[in-house]
Ligand binder design. Structure first.
Ligand code: HDE
Length: 705
């Protein structure tokens, strides 16, 4: 049967005879179910004979309403989208487990903390906050770090960020802060960027935001990957033991690979080169068996300890420095499996702060109380049914029974007669009963004071810890904070907003305020902002707050990019690969063409990237391994020149074979190369290079980005 034979169109031949030959317009052969594939069916299970052509009256005639297969297919497609999350829309998740180190019965009766070595399944979703679902990974932004523990006593959601404080103290301001950071409503830009007037207008009018602003302007907001960032529960929670005794707790996740961030100029370029940089990194690590790990650490304390501070532990804009209260590791999180389907798992996972289990409880942190109210709404809005807990990713993995029934898409339906209680049917058909012994008991906190809308005095200090964070950074990190503020405020069109921010900086650190004012070209220095409480100048540095002071001293888990050309020394390349492998680092090859190069010994070397698509910004360190002839071709390639110029500007370690000097000279690098450049001629050099890379960056480069 010949079809689709319209004037000037390619002929499509589809035969339903003994020998099926289905050809598309391009002439390619379509496979038939008889070739060993499953039979394509409608959603009702009806086998489909032709999925290439709609049903029409005559080959060139109008479509027929009778075509139920087409109707079903297009109907479903038209309804594929669900609303994206109002915040944290862009995210990426993975499965894994949490392994408990030791029982903690004195602290909590939470089942997950009762048996050493026990593994509890988890699902984790990392995210940015401001950008849409399709935005780039390396926006300057807070990262979400939400963990769902499928414990034997129900799901426990620890919905964290990679920054331990929040912009606001009261949840009633959440819509305002989020509106201000998202794209401006008239123009619908900028996307995934806080660098605009609305955000800084709100922030500069909200002194309680200053502490978080310091973190967001620091390198914490441009992490190298999810694998290298910390996570924080932010709020003070409670742990409650079997005797009902309660302690306060702060939750901290610490990455086993240590912390690492990119530099801002690198972030801007990564967003162009690979907008999926963070998700690709997690995917590649897990798929290659290099499973990322974090330790869950607890800072626990009692009421008397809480009372010893002049800030309030219920205030989500405050931390307890680790130098004052140790964060003790109680277990490890390992991510070892990617979802089978992004939508079903990562998109439909529903985290809710109110998902806690016996042994864990809330504090009166007003922001936490507000979150407990908000997260349920968002799930109904996004997932469309009160039965969102029936989705496999959200359902508990322990037995669960209740009398809730019906509703859209209910597929856990009660069996038997009783759908209420009390009832007098026996245990067989009478359904579940409450358990005073096993069940969740709220910690019986006494109420305090009259009903009122009032911010407590104990929440009034907005600058002391802000300053403490700033002075705890290395000078490199302090420069990054100043540069980030200058970048962001330079994108504000209103001079008064820039000036109002500098007025706050004057309450934080004079040098910071001066350098930002200078970087903005501020005509006159403003008066310091009015402060509800004066800044404490006596808070000591907290080294735990700096990324660089806590460097891992290892290149493990990092990625080396090797730029190769024809004539590359195959043995040297193998030596570098082996040195990296021994360190636990990944190696990818970049070449003028993705087809690879011919090595000096005539062997063929495969490449993973064509030079334009594998810029040095996507690697932690690079090697230029060029042959005498090959380097001449690189000199002519702008992306090859950028490869080295960017690596230099981004403080990267650069290994090289001698011919690469020609490329360095071409881009104007000083003839006397700094110690971040390591010549590689043999095995000892390759080892020396990888050892140098353990410092992650060669900061001692005055004209870096
Ligand atoms: Fe969220 N937040 N949030 N948040 N949040 C959401 O819930 C909200 C806050 C955080 O990967 C929403 O399912 C309010 C702090 C993460 O699916 C929504 C307030 C922290 C995620 C919501 C806060 C977070 C969310 C949007 C102030 C760090 C992503 C979609 C009172 C501890 C979870 C959703 C995921 C998501 C509300 C403040 C972390 C609207 C009202 C503080 C990691 O319910």
């Amino acid at each position: 049967m010949a079809r689709n034979a319209g004037k000037g169109r390619a002929r499509v031949e589809v035969s339903y005879g003994e020998e099926p030959i289905h050809r598309g317009a391009g002439g390619e052969t379509h496979q038939d179910a008889r070739d060993g594939y499953e039979t394509l069916t409608s959603q009702q299970g009806m086998p489909v004979a032709d999925d290439q052509n709609t049903l029409r009256q005559g080959a060139r005639g109008a479509a027929l309403i009778e075509d139920s297969h087409f109707r079903e297919k297009i109907f479903h497609f038209d309804h594929e989208r669900i609303p994206e999350r109002v915040v944290h829309a862009r995210g990426y998740g993975a499965h894994g487990f949490f392994e408990t180190y030791a029982p903690l019965p004195e602290l909590t009766k939470a089942d997950i903390f009762q048996r050493a070595g026990e593994k509890t399944p988890v699902f984790v979703r990392f995210s940015t906050v401001a950008g849409n679902k399709g935005s780039a990974d390396l926006a300057r932004d807070v990262r979400g770090f939400a963990v769902k523990f499928y414990t034997q006593e129900g799901n426990w959601d620890l919905v964290c960020n990679n920054i331990p404080v929040f912009f606001i103290q009261d949840p009633i301001k959440f819509p305002d802060v989020i509106h201000s950071v998202k794209a401006e409503p008239d123009k619908e830009f900028p996307q995934a960027a806080s660098a605009h007037d609305n955000f800084w207008d709100f922030i500069s009018l909200t002194p309680e935001s200053m502490h978080m602003i310091m973190w967001v302007m620091s390198d914490r907001a441009i992490p190298r990957s999810f694998r290298f960032m910390q996570g924080f529960g932010v709020h003070t929670f409670r742990l409650v033991n079997a005797e009902g005794k309660s302690n306060f707790v702060k939750f901290i996740w610490k990455p086993k690979l240590g912390m690492q961030s990119v530099v801002w100029n690198e972030a801007l370029k990564i967003n162009g080169a690979d907008p999926d940089f963070h998700r690709r990194d997690l995917w590649n690590a897990i798929q290659s068996g290099d499973f990322p790990e974090w330790e869950l650490c607890l800072q626990t304390f009692d009421q008397a300890f809480a009372d010893s501070f002049d800030f309030d532990v219920l205030d989500p804009t405050k931390i307890i420095p680790e130098e004052i209260l140790t964060a003790k590791p109680v277990g490890r999180l390992v991510l070892d499996r990617m979802p089978e389907n992004f939508f079903a798992e990562t998109e439909q996972v529903a985290f809710m702060t109110q998902n806690i289990v016996p042994g864990i409880d809330f504090s009166n942190d007003p922001l936490l109380q507000g979150r407990n109210f908000s997260y349920l709404d968002t799930q109904l809005k996004r997932l469309g049914s009160p039965n969102f807990t029936h989705l496999p990713i959200n359902a508990p993995k322990c037995p669960f029974h209740n009398f809730q029934q019906d509703g859209h898409m209910a597929f856990h339906n009660p069996k038997g007669r009783a759908n209420y209680e009390p009832n007098s049917w026996g245990p067989e058909i009478g359904g579940p009963r409450e358990s005073a012994e096993r069940g969740f008991h709220t910690f019986p906190q006494e109420p305090e004071g009259p009903k009122q809308r009032l911010r407590p005095e104990s929440f009034a200090d907005h600058y002391s810890q802000t300053r403490q964070f700033y002075i705890s950074q290395t000078s490199v990190e302090q420069t990054h904070i100043a540069d980030a503020l200058i970048f962001e405020l330079s994108k504000c069109e209103e001079p008064r907003i820039r000036s109002r921010m500098v007025a706050h900086l004057l309450n934080i650190d004079q040098i910071l305020a001066d350098s930002v004012a200078e970087g903005l070209g501020l005509v006159a220095m403003p008066e310091p902002a009015t402060a509800a409480m004066p800044t404490r100048m006596d808070l000591p540095e907290s080294p735990a707050l700096s990324i660089l002071k806590n460097a891992p001293g290892s290149f493990r888990g990092r990625k080396l990019g090797v730029l190769v050309t024809d004539g590359v020394d195959a043995e040297l390349l193998d030596t570098i690969r082996e040195a990296a492998r021994q360190e636990g680092a990944m190696v990818e090859l970049v070449a003028p063409m993705v087809g690879g190069v011919e090595a000096s010994d005539g062997s063929h070397v495969e490449a993973q990237h064509k030079i334009d698509g594998g810029p040095s910004v996507v690697f932690d360190a690079v090697v230029v391994l060029a042959g005498e002839e090959g380097i001449l071709s690189l000199l002519k390639l702008p992306p090859a020149r950028d490869f080295v110029a960017d690596a230099y500007a981004h403080y990267k370690f650069v290994g090289f074979s001698d011919p690469a000097r020609k490329l360095f000279a071409k881009i104007g690098l000083p003839e006397a190369l700094d110690d971040g450049f390591v010549p590689i001629a043999g095995k000892a050099d390759a080892t020396r290079f990888i050892e140098a890379c353990r410092a992650l960056r060669f900061w001692d480069r005055p004209d870096g980005a």
